[in-house]
Design a protein around this ligand. Structure first.
Ligand SMILES: Cc1cc2nc3c(=O)[nH]c(=O)nc-3n(C[C@H](O)[C@H](O)[C@H](O)COP(=O)(O)OP(=O)(O)OC[C@H]3O[C@@H](n4cnc5c(N)ncnc54)[C@H](O)[C@@H]3O)c2cc1C
Length: 575
């Protein structure tokens, strides 16, 4: 059975020893009431919910899956009750706007909770994250009336959210979408078109489902500048704000797929459905990016959560399973064999997962801090850093997270491949993180093109300069060398990009990984510095040493591949 225990000691270490949140929040009055004790209690309670309520129904969700019949979706056994606890506990409104019933908690804390919810039950938490994302988008772009109507219901989870962008011929390239929106005399719009792959587009967890749908007005400009965003609720709210008349859209089917079987991936048919404009006409893609940026970080956290639960399962297994003898002599001389944990190669696997997952968690919190500073302290540079790092968080966490589930599966040998232990489910469920919310290839293009080359690498260099200001005791030379390398690769890409049109695309994934491994290195050095002298602290420093010795060297290789001549990729006759 899949079991999950919230890593609260590790989370508290990051919050209070590494990032010292109270100091970081000194100039944010909105956070004045969030004492260390309060944050600790929130993390503790969130952990209990994840381990005690969400995780126990995870495997049943995979086995039963979401079911579709006559346009209705039935969620797997136990999901409705578990979602009711997630929603009823106020967890979906944690970082929401307090004016409308949210709790206004820092994003940095939200990241930790989300990681736990994802780890415990990816399929179920998808309905949660889409609800949080829809609320964020309405809060950022809605009218006062829209906010009053929708936000309290979304924060409480009575209503849930769905995000409807993709069409069968329009995935990464949303500019070519066809769904139409015709203005009506009463100010609403008639939405007509077909969307595919819409997560939680239909389900039986909530009283209403608020779809945020991208569509084109009749006279819209071509391409991505002609897309508008609409609120399209399954039941049109009546005069009292309760679910009223059924709107003109329905699910036509759900997909059969590799993993996340408990999450319905719906074909949605909008047949003259009533929609309400959210934000400005033809500015829909930019507005939707509010939701997508949130979702991108959140999906990144899915990757971290996958790595964490996979580690927990594999570490426990490696302590129990007896095979072979330790190279340095038996440690279980009275038994038939030693536990797997004595073998250097098994330890390499477990330490790799831990180093990547904990490095990623620190990175997520760092991004969360930048988001908080941008939003609540009006810090424009922090906002720019969060935008720079969001594609890295999405792609690097989910690529490494998938890798971690495969490594953990390997620790189980053949028992990882069969269904009994749940490891193959973790691998299948983690895979989608690399694909949805903009594929990881698209994230890499976003990083290198929009976030780095466009400003000649200025934002990235400002970030590195700020990171260099923190004096490091442990691993200072390795971090300095990696920063120097990243700066020089960036300079060379900026210099060559004008003459080599395919350079950015050819270098993108190596470059994103280079940024990821480099910043993880800086964060591991910071964790080593913040760790105390007790057993916990010593173990953290040992893990930092492992990262520097075994994973940080990836930066040298990636620097080389990022700078490879793009003509080799484009001129190849091999494909
Ligand atoms: C389980 C699941 C749930 C989903 N949930 C939702 C949802 O809730 N709402 C929603 O709207 N969508 C959802 N999606 C859709 C998902 O976001 C898209 O599948 C994804 O964005 C990729 O689009 P595509 O499948 O059309 O692939 P394509 O766009 O056809 O891409 C195919 C490949 O080509 C690459 N590629 C494409 N264009 C470029 C380019 N310009 N440069 C470099 N490489 C490129 C991609 O990286 C990818 O590797 C979901 C999908 C799945 C499978």
């Amino acid at each position: 059975m899949l079991e999950y225990r919230a890593p609260t000691d590790d989370l508290n270490f990051l919050l209070f020893d590494v990032f010292r949140v109270q100091e970081a929040w000194q100039d944010i009055p909105a956070f004045a009431d969030f004492s260390d004790d309060l944050i600790r209690a929130v993390v503790e309670e969130g952990g209990k919910l994840a381990g005690g309520v969400l995780a126990p129904v995870n495997q049943a969700g995979d086995q039963h899956g979401a079911r579709f019949e006559d346009g209705a979706v039935t969620m797997p056994p136990g999901f409705k009750e578990a979602f009711a606890e997630l929603a009823g506990g106020g967890w979906l409104g944690l970082s929401g706007n307090p004016e409308y019933g949210g709790q206004g908690m820092p994003k940095l804390v939200g990241c930790l909770l989300e990681e736990m919810f994802w780890a415990a039950n990816t399929s179920l938490y998808l309905s949660g994250t889409l609800t949080v994302g829809a609320a964020l988008c309405i809060d950022a772009h809605g009218t006062d009336e829209q906010k009053s109507l929708y936000l309290p219901k979304l924060y409480s989870g009575e209503w849930t959210g769905a995000m409807a962008l993709t069409e069968s011929h329009a995935g990464s390239d949303l500019g070519i979408m066809r769904t139409k929106a015709e203005p009506q005399a009463d100010g609403s719009y008639r939405i007509t078109g077909n969307k595919i792959f819409i997560t939680s587009g239909e389900q039986d967890l909530s009283d209403n489902i608020v779809h945020l749908v991208l569509a084109k007005l009749p006279d819209a400009p071509e391409g991505s500048r002609g897309i508008s965003l609409f609120i399209v609720p399954k039941f049109l709210p009546d005069a009292d704000g309760n679910p009223g008349e059924r709107n003109g859209f329905a699910a036509g089917a759900i997909e059969h797929k590799m993993g996340i079987h408990g999450s319905p991936t719906c074909v949605m048919n909008y047949d003259g459905a009533t929609g309400f404009l959210l934000g400005e006409e033809n500015q829909g893609l930019a507005a939707m990016f509010t939701m997508m940026n949130y979702e991108r970080l959140s999906v990144g956290l899915q990757g971290l959560g996958a790595g964490e639960i996979a580690y927990q399962m594999a570490a426990a297994y490696a302590q129990d399973r007896l095979q072979g003898r330790a190279p340095s002599g038996p440690v279980n001389a009275d038994g038939p064999a030693d536990p797997l944990i004595v073998h250097p190669d098994v330890r390499r696997m477990l330490l790799t997962i831990r180093a990547l997952t904990e490095g990623g968690r620190a990175f997520a919190m760092f991004v969360g801090m930048q988001l908080d500073r941008g939003r609540y302290a009006g810090d424009a540079q922090a906002q720019a850093f969060s935008e720079l790092l969001t594609p890295v968080a999405k792609a690097f966490f989910t690529d490494r997270g998938f890798e971690c589930t495969v490594i953990a599966q390997q620790v189980f040998g053949g028992h990882g491949y069969v269904a009994e232990w749940g490891m193959e489910q973790l691998v299948r469920d983690a895979r989608i993180g690399q694909i949805y919310e903009g594929t990881n290839g698209i994230q890499a293009m976003d990083l290198i093109g929009r976030k780095v080359l466009r400003d000649g690498g200025e934002t990235l260099k400002a970030l590195i300069a700020q990171m260099r200001e923190i004096e490091l005791t442990h691993h200072a030379d390795a971090v300095t060398e990696a920063f120097d390398r990243l700066e020089s690769v960036t300079d060379e890409l900026v210099r060559r990009a004008g003459d080599e049109p395919d350079l950015a695309g050819a270098a993108a994934t190596s470059y994103l990984d280079l940024v990821g491994y480099t910043i993880y290195g800086w964060l591991w050095a910071r964790m080593a510095d913040a760790a105390g002298e007790d057993g916990f602290g010593v173990a953290k420093r040992q893990l930092a040493d492992f990262y520097m010795a075994r994973l940080m060297p990836m930066t040298a290789m990636l620097a080389q591949t990022a700078l490879a001549d793009s003509r080799m990729t484009m001129a190849s006759d091999a494909i």
